[in-house]
Design a protein around this ligand. Structure first.
Ligand SMILES: [Zn+2]
Ligand SMILES: [Zn+2]
Length: 468
């Protein structure tokens, strides 16, 4: 029997991401109100850039030689090659990318709004914000000084990220040399990877690709230790999601020794999770559970990248293999079509990275049916958020929804790469999946279970929810 909430249809599964630019991807932090009927969530984020800096979305499209968000999106989805947009060289592409950051951090003026002789100049320390003139820079300093140091890292990471895209920086991989229980955070993970990791980083630092990259970008190459630190941050960023899934499996003591494999759903997945995904990206999850009998990771969301869509196989997995697949659509429809029909098994764990339902009533409305579904079916669920403030707000919502929160706190496998809030660069940078919350079923259900221990045995977890 389906919970009533499952029948509520919703328009979208949102994903809200702070600024993360992997050329030529631009995503923004704040959802805005619907401007067109049923646009994608990513489109909402994109146009919300204009809330802080009027005209910014237009500037980005113009600099990237694109006419519309749809065109931009199809590049991001891999539908149109970047060369189709007339970039003659990597230099030009990097220049254009950098130009999309060119607006005055203080008064928000875009280059087109400047008087003829003026140009926007960057802050010499971080090279990551721009100003009309020294007056704007001076007035901005009290705010900017708090983030200048961190934004300097952002500027380096943004360049080096390109090496992941081109495949010149391949993450070190292979079975863990230490027992899994000894790896509880990044420090122990880095120690475990040890010499192999250092050799990989040294090779990247000394590579031709690294030299070419900085020549293309047209700015001085930072010191080796700065680049070294950046590569490590990028690594944590790439591996944060698989290891955070592992954190959830650990916390809930989920049996990964199931014949046929375990199933994990990533809900509200967008092109951020799926565009650059490679077959081996979730291998680290496998190394975390060397005894596993297969992981099936299914990304479900309306903005799953087109290139990633694969039909989801229901056949059992070979022990030790990891299968990634994508499903474009709403989680509810997916559940109804695939899980409810028995075509796919129920997930052992569901994760939502930065669902952002605390951020606005629109997003809450969008997520509510999914949250209720997960609660009512008693599906182990992990969500992540960017900050402590978001953690508090999200916890409050989950408690109000009567979910049974099992654990929450700082994520030992958070991304260590700072994310600039694109259209508001002086806002404190945030970190992906910095905090997590795990819930399982409903809390009143747990209570009832205790109270009516012997009398009731008929599936608390699929009970009709209170009307809402
Ligand atoms: Zn200004
Ligand atoms: Zn600065």
């Amino acid at each position: 029997m389906a919970p009533r909430s499952r029948r509520q249809k919703h328009k979208k599964l949102p994903s809200v991401t702070p600024m993360a630019v992997i050329p030529p991807t631009v995503v923004s932090p704040v959802p805005c109100t619907l401007s067109k009927p049923d646009p994608s969530i990513d489109a909402l984020g994109f146009f919300s850039l204009d809330n802080n800096v009027p005209g910014l979305s237009e500037l980005i499209l113009q600099k990237l030689n694109m006419k519309s968000y749809e065109e931009y999106k199809s590049v991001v989805d891999g539908g149109i090659p970047l060369t189709g947009f007339g970039f003659r060289s990597p230099q030009e592409m990097f220049q254009r990318m950098e130009d999309t950051f060119r607006f005055c951090a203080h008064c928000k003026t875009l280059p087109s709004g400047l008087l003829d002789s003026k140009v926007l100049r960057h802050c010499k320390r971080c090279r990551n914000v721009y100003y009309c003139d020294t007056e704007c820079q001076r007035s901005d300093w009290p705010a900017h000084r708090k983030v200048c140091q961190e934004l300097r890292l952002v500027a380096v990471d943004r360049v080096l990220e390109w090496l992941l895209v081109t495949g010149d920086f391949i993450l070190p991989s292979g079975p863990w040399a230490w027992p899994s229980e000894d790896i509880q955070d990044w420090d122990s993970w880095f120690s475990m990877r040890g010499l192999q990791l250092e050799a990989t980083l040294d090779a990247v630092l000394g590579s031709h690709a690294m030299t070419t990259l900085w020549a293309s970008v047209g700015r001085p190459r930072p010191e080796p230790e700065v680049l070294h630190g950046s590569l490590k941050r990028l690594m944590t960023d790439a591996l944060s999601r698989p290891l955070t899934l592992g954190l959830g499996l650990r916390a809930l003591e989920i049996d990964v020794g199931k014949t046929g494999g375990s199933t994990l759903h990533v809900v509200g997945a967008s092109h951020v999770e799926t565009f650059f995904i490679r077959a081996g990206d979730y291998n680290e999850l496998g190394y975390m559970f060397p005894e596993h009998l297969g992981f099936h990771v299914i990304m479900v969301g309306v903005d799953v990248a087109a290139g990633f869509l694969q039909s989801t196989s229901a056949s059992p997995l070979e022990p030790g293999t990891i299968q990634l697949s994508g499903h474009r659509g709403l989680y509810h429809d997916f559940w109804e079509e695939q899980v409810e029909t028995g075509h796919l098994t129920r997930p052992d764990l569901v994760a939502a990275f930065h669902p952002g339902f605390h951020a606005s009533p629109n997003l809450m409305e969008a997520w509510l049916p999914t949250l209720l579904l997960l609660r009512d079916y008693g599906i182990p669920t992990l969500i992540t958020v960017y900050s402590q403030q978001e953690l508090a707000a999200s916890l409050q919502i989950l408690v109000n929804l009567d979910t049974h929160v099992i654990a929450y706190g700082a994520n030992p496998f958070t991304s260590l790469k700072p994310e600039q809030v694109y259209s508001n660069p002086n806002k404190q940078p945030v970190y992906c999946s910095a905090y997590y919350i795990i819930f399982l079923g409903s809390s009143s259900c747990q209570l009832e279970k205790k109270q009516l221990e012997e009398k009731i045995d008929d599936g608390c977890s699929v009970a009709e929810p209170d009307s809402n």
